[in-house]
Design a binder for this molecule. Structure first.
Ligand code: ATP
Ligand code: MG
Length: 423
C-alpha cells in the first residue's frame, strides 16, 4: 500500500473565499513528490468544534499523517495547537525555551520594522505561541509561530503536523517537517505513489473515453484522471509500483489510437517541448502579435534561458503599426483586412525578417467582446508560424471571453511552432 496523508486548511477567510487556498494544493504536490498519496483536503473556519471534528475524521480514516495549516498566530482565533492537543489526547504546556526564542524573534522584528508594542500584550502573545502539546516536537519558527509534530497519546493513529498559515512560512517549514523522525516513521515502509502524465492536442475527450473503455480490463490499479486544460487533453495517472505494467498498457493504447495527437507521452509541457526544439535546432524566434499583444512573447520569456532563442517581439495592435514595425503591406490590410490569413503570414515573415530570426509568428484576431461581423466573428483568430521556405497557418474561432480568446491563441501558436519545428 501507498502512504497517505490528509490536510486540514483552517481559516474563515479561506472557507468564505476571501483568500484562495494556496496551502492545500501546495501540500498535495509536495506529498506527491515524496510518493505520498493525498486522502482529503478539508477546509474549516476558525471554529474549535469544526476543527476538532475534521481532525477526528481525518485521523480515523486510514491516513498515515494529518497536516494542518493556519491558526498558529497570537490572536484569539488562532486555536489550532490547543485543538490538536485535545484531539491527540495531550495537554498543552508552556515551553520556556521556545518562549524565549519567540521573544527574541519578536524583539528583532520590532526593531527592524519600528513597531511600538505594549510589552505586556507582546509577552501574552508570545506565551500563547509557546504553548506546546506535551510530547510534541517543535519545528523552529520561520515567522514567529513554531510548527509542531504531535503524536497520538495512545499508540494508534497518525501524528498531526501543525504548520503556520502564511504560505511562505508553511513552505519554509516543510523541509524541517519532512526531516522530523516521527514524520519519517509515519511515512516509511510504504510503497511510493507514482504519477505519470500524457497530453493530447486535438483529440476530443469522448474519443479518449472510448479507448479507456475498450482497454478497461487491462488498466486495473490505475487512477486515471482526464482533464481538458487550455485545449489540451491531459491524462494524469496515479498508481502504485505494482501497477506499472498496467500503465505501460495504457501508454501503448494511447500511442496506438492517438499517435498524431499524442504530443507528450512523458509529461513534458508544450512550453518545454518548444523550448527544447528551438534550442536543439539552435534556432531563434521573433513574434508579431496583434490581439494577444505580447502574451506569446511573455509566455516564451517565462522560461529561464529563453534568451537563447527569443530575440524579440512586436506588439502590432494598430494597422499602422503592422505596416511600420513588420512591414505588412497597406494594400493587403485594405483588401483582405487585418484579421486574415494573409496578414498573419505577413506578420510572421515580417517579424522574422526584421529581427533576422529562424522562426517568426504572426497572430491577428478579434478578441471581443465587440468588433465582430458575420464573416469575421468575435473569437476569430488567424495564426501563422513561418521559417524560410515553409509556413503553417491556422484559422480558429474561440468561444468565450476576451481573456479566453487571447489565452487560447497563445497555446495554438505554441502547438503550431511545435509542428513546424518537427517538420
Ligand atoms: P499568523 O501568525 O499570521 O496569524 P497563522 O498560522 O495563525 O499565522 P493564519 O492566521 O491562519 O495563520 O493565516 C495568516 C494569513 O496567512 C491569512 O490571513 C492569509 O492571508 C494567509 N493564509 C493562511 N492560510 C492560507 C491558505 N490556506 N492559503 C493562502 N493564504 C493563507
Ligand atoms: Mg491567524
Amino acid at each position: 500500500v501507498v502512504a497517505r496523508a490528509a490536510v486540514v486548511v483552517t481559516g474563515t477567510e479561506v472557507l468564505t473565499g476571501r483568500v484562495t487556498d494556496r496551502n492545500g494544493p501546495w501540500l498535495a504536490e509536495q506529498l506527491r513528490i515524496l510518493g505520498v498519496d493525498i486522502g482529503q483536503i478539508v477546509v474549516v473556519g476558525d471554529r474549535p468544534a469544526d476543527l476538532a471534528s475534521a481532525l477526528r475524521f481525518l485521523t480515523s480514516s486510514g491516513n498515515d499523517l494529518v497536516i494542518t495549516s493556519g491558526g498558529l498566530g497570537p490572536t484569539a482565533d488562532d486555536l489550532t495547537a490547543g485543538i490538536v492537543a485535545a484531539v491527540q489526547g495531550r495537554e498543552l504546556q508552556l515551553d520556556p525555551e521556545l518562549e524565549q526564542q519567540i521573544t527574541r524573534i519578536v524583539e528583532r522584528l520590532s526593531a527592524e520594522r519600528g513597531w511600538h508594542t505594549d510589552p505586556e500584550s507582546t509577552a501574552a502573545a508570545t506565551r500563547k505561541q509557546a504553548m506546546v502539546p506535551r510530547g510534541a516536537q517543535v519545528l523552529p519558527p520561520v515567522g514567529t509561530a513554531p510548527g509542531l509534530v504531535v503524536p497520538p497519546a495512545q499508540g494508534s493513529g497518525p501524528p498531526v503536523l501543525v504548520l503556520p498559515g502564511p504560505p511562505a512560512e508553511l513552505q519554509g517549514m516543510w523541509p524541517a517537517a519532512m526531516g522530523d523522525p516521527l514524520i519519517q516513521a509515519a511515512l516509511s515502509g510504504r510503497e511510493e505513489l507514482l504519477q505519470s502524465t500524457a497530453r493530447l492536442w486535438g483529440t476530443p475527450e469522448s474519443e479518449l473515453a472510448a479507448t479507456l473503455r475498450a482497454h478497461r480490463d487491462e488498466l486495473d490499479g490505475l487512477e486515471i484522471t482526464t482533464c481538458l486544460r487550455d485545449g489540451e487533453l491531459e491524462i494524469v495517472t496515479r498508481y502504485s509500483p505494482d501497477a506499472q505494467p498496467a500503465y505501460a498498457r495504457l501508454q501503448a493504447a494511447l500511442a496506438a489510437d492517438f499517435a498524431p495527437t499524442l504530443f507528450s507521452a512523458d509529461g513534458a509541457t508544450i512550453d518545454e517541448i518548444v523550448a527544447a526544439g528551438l534550442l536543439g535546432a539552435s534556432a531563434t524566434i521573433a513574434t508579431a502579435e496583434s490581439c494577444t499583444a505580447g502574451l506569446l512573447a511573455g509566455r516564451l520569456a517565462d522560461r529561464p534561458g529563453s534568451s537563447a532563442y527569443l530575440l524579440g517581439g512586436f506588439v502590432t495592435y494598430a494597422n499602422q503599426v503592422k505596416q511600420q514595425l513588420v512591414g505588412v503591406p497597406a494594400e493587403l490590410l485594405e483588401t483582405v483586412g487585418a484579421v486574415s490569413a494573409e496578414v498573419a503570414r505577413a506578420m510572421a515573415d515580417g517579424a522574422r525578417q526584421r529581427l533576422g530570426t529562424t522562426y517568426g509568428v504572426g497572430i491577428t484576431g478579434i478578441a471581443g467582446p465587440g468588433g465582430g461581423t458575420p464573416d469575421k466573428p468575435v473569437g476569430l483568430v488567424h495564426l501563422c508560424v513561418s521559417r524560410e521556405g515553409r509556413a503553417l497557418e491556422r484559422r480558429i474561432v474561440v468561444p468565450g471571453s476576451r481573456a479566453h480568446v487571447r489565452a487560447r491563441s497563445v497555446v495554438v501558436a505554441l502547438h503550431l511552432l511545435r509542428e513546424l519545428l518537427a517538420s
